[in-house]
Design a protein around this ligand. Structure first.
Ligand code: SAM
Length: 225
C-alpha cells in the first residue's frame, strides 16, 4: 500500500518509523511519503491560510496549495481522507475497508479547517472520506492521521507477525476483548483465573467469550448483538 500525507507539520509523522510500522516500511509492505503543504505555495511567505468569508474566529486553509498537492498526488485509485471532527466515526470496520485500498492520501487540516471547495474538488477526481477520530476537537489532522494509518497498516498482510492475534482482538467479532494475563500466575496475591491454567481449550474459549460479553455489556452495551 502507498500512503501520502500532506501537512504543515510533517514532523508529526516521524513516529511511523518506529516499531512494527517502521519494519513494514523497511520491508516495503508499506510506503509512506510525507509532504509539506507549504511546498505547494507560490508566494514568498509560503502562505497556507486566510480569513473566512462571512467572518468568524480563526483562519482557514486556502484552497490553492491543496489543489496543487492533490493534482500531484491523486490518481484514479486514490482514496483521499480528510481527518475532520465533522466526518464519519473511524471504526475497526473503516480500518478494514481502507486496508484493501492501493493508495491513501491524508489531507491534514489545521486552524479552523480547510476551504470546503478542496473537499469538493478532491471528490471530483478521487474517492473522498471525511473521517473523525472521535467526538472531540484536536488541533490538527496529523494525530488523527497517524492513528488511522497505524490501525489500517497493521491489517495489511505481513505487517503483524502473528495474524491470529488480529482475529482475537477487540472489535474483531464486534465485542471488546476479554481480560488477559501473563506469568507469574500469582502476582501480589492476585491469582490468574484457574480456567486459563487448565489447558482445556474449549473451556478457555468459553470463558473468554463470556468475559468479552460481560465487559462489552458493562463498558459499551451498544456493541452487543
Ligand atoms: N473548526 C473545526 C470544527 O469545528 O469542526 C475544527 C478544526 S480543528 C481545530 C483543525 C483540524 O484538526 C481539522 O481540520 C481536522 O483536520 C483536525 N481534527 C480536529 N479534530 C479532529 C477529530 N476529532 N478527528 C479527526 N480530525 C480532527
Amino acid at each position: 500500500m502507498r500512503i501520502d500525507a500532506v501537512s504543515i507539520f510533517p514532523d508529526f509523522f516521524q513516529v511511523l518509523d518506529i516499531s512494527l510500522l517502521g519494519k513494514a516500511k523497511a520491508q516495503e509492505l508499506l510506503s509512506v511519503n510525507i509532504h509539506d503543504l507549504r511546498d505547494f505555495t507560490d508566494d514568498k511567505h509560503r502562505t497556507v491560510d486566510d480569513t473566512p468569508f462571512g467572518g468568524g474566529a480563526g483562519m482557514l486553509m486556502k484552497a490553492e496549495p491543496w489543489g496543487q498537492a492533490l493534482d500531484k498526488l491523486v490518481d484514479s485509485e486514490t482514496v483521499v481522507i480528510f481527518p475532520s471532527p465533522a466526518g464519519e466515526l473511524f471504526k475497526q470496520a473503516t480500518a478494514k475497508e481502507l486496508a484493501s485500498a492501493k493508495h491513501l492520501v491524508f489531507a491534514c487540516g489545521r486552524y479552523e479547517g480547510i476551504d470546503q471547495r478542496v473537499v469538493d474538488y478532491a471528490g471530483s477526481i478521487a474517492k473522498v472520506r471525511l473521517i473523525s477520530l472521535g467526538d472531540y476537537v484536536l488541533n490538527g489532522g496529523e494525530v488523527a492521521a497517524v492513528a488511522m494509518i497505524e490501525a489500517i497498516a497493521r491489517l495489511i498482510p505481513g505487517v503483524i507477525g502473528n495474524s491470529e492475534s488480529l482475529s482475537e482482538e477487540s472489535f474483531s467479532e464486534g465485542l471488546l476483548e476479554y481480560p488477559s494475563y501473563t506469568k507469574p500466575s500469582n502476582w501480589r496475591g492476585m491469582e490468574v483465573p484457574e480456567v486459563l491454567l487448565s489447558g482445556n481449550h474449549a473451556e478457555i474459549a468459553k470463558w473468554r467469550k463470556a468475559k468479552a460479553l460481560e465487559r462489552t455489556g458493562q463498558v459499551r452495551p451498544e456493541l452487543l448483538p
